[in-house]
Write a protein that binds this ligand. Structure first.
Ligand code: NAP
Length: 244
């Protein structure tokens, strides 16, 4: 049985990706930053009900040593790591003039350094296997920028560069690496936006609605599948036509 590890998968897009990959037949390694993320949360039960194996790994993916430990445990528990989805992400928005150094550094370490950490350690397992699929969560903010998100857009633009570098470094070992760049998807992350901001965003979207988490999970499922075996180093925007 093949194994997928999805970072930040207690809720939101990560949980939807985990559920979808479980439906595709993967054993699932869930991750989030604290035990409390999985309290009052039935994601692991829903996955197990599909007849696949599912374990929870608590680790802050911005921490290099915690990622190394987690990857070792997942490899020991499951035997292989076939898909890595670098999903964990946070926002600490604010206009540049008011953004603190702490706000900047935290978002860079959780969103961007985590991709370095996890790709390094899970990528090493995949290199030995000579196979693997890595899928990174970028954002339209990384493609086009977004006022109030200097930190977030920097981290997401970096992830696009890291995706292409990973594709180039690991391609000869049978490993693909791609990114998805969601637009505005209904999750706890976007619930925080003001009503004014929400209606301004809707006006810019060709399809005049927000995306659903399952619409991100479907594209990730494709990128993890054999149908995408010759797709690497690509960024797929999933935004309902936000930018054209
Ligand atoms: P979400 O609902 O906030 O979920 C993110 C998950 O990551 C949470 O469970 C969070 O745990 C976890 N996490 C945060 N810091 C972590 C850490 N250091 N280590 C491990 N896990 C950590 O966000 P989402 O909307 O599903 O977003 C998922 C990904 O898609 C992110 O990378 C985001 O940037 C990207 N994205 C989202 C949208 C959108 O419209 N929603 C658009 C573009 C891109 P806590 O609950 O403890 O914080």
């Amino acid at each position: 049985m093949a194994t997928a590890i999805i970072t930040g998968s207690a809720r939101g897009i990560g949980a939807a990706i985990a559920l979808r990959l479980a439906k595709d037949g993967y054993d699932i390694a869930l991750n989030d930053v604290a035990e409390s993320c999985f309290e009052n949360n039935d994601i692991a039960d829903k996955i197990k009900a599909l007849g696949v194996k599912c374990e929870i790994y608590i680790a802050d993916v911005s921490k290099h040593d915690k990622c190394e430990e987690m990857v070792k445990k997942v490899k020991a528990d499951f035997g292989s790591i076939d898909v890595l989805v670098n999903n964990a992400g946070i926002t600490r928005d604010g206009l540049l003039a008011r953004m603190s150094e702490e706000q900047y550094d935290l978002v860079i370490s959780v969103n961007q350094k985590s991709v370095f950490n996890m790709t390094k350690f899970a990528g090493a397992v995949m290199m030995k296997q000579r196979s693997g699929k890595i899928i990174n969560l970028a954002s339209v903010a990384g493609l086009y920028g977004n006022a109030g998100q200097m930190n977030y857009s920097a981290s997401k633009a970096a992830i696009i560069g890291m995706t292409k570098t990973t594709a180039k470094e690991l391609g000869s070992r049978g490993i693909t690496c791609n990114a998805v760049a969601p637009g505005f998807i209904e999750t706890p992350m976007t619930d925080k936006l003001s009503d004014e901001m929400k209606s301004a965003i809707l006006n810019m979207i060709a399809m005049k609605r927000y995306g659903q988490v399952e619409e991100i999970a479907g594209v990730v499922s494709f990128l993890a599948s054999d149908d995408a075996s010759y797709v690497t180093g690509q960024v797929i925007e999933i935004s309902g036509g936000l930018s054209m």
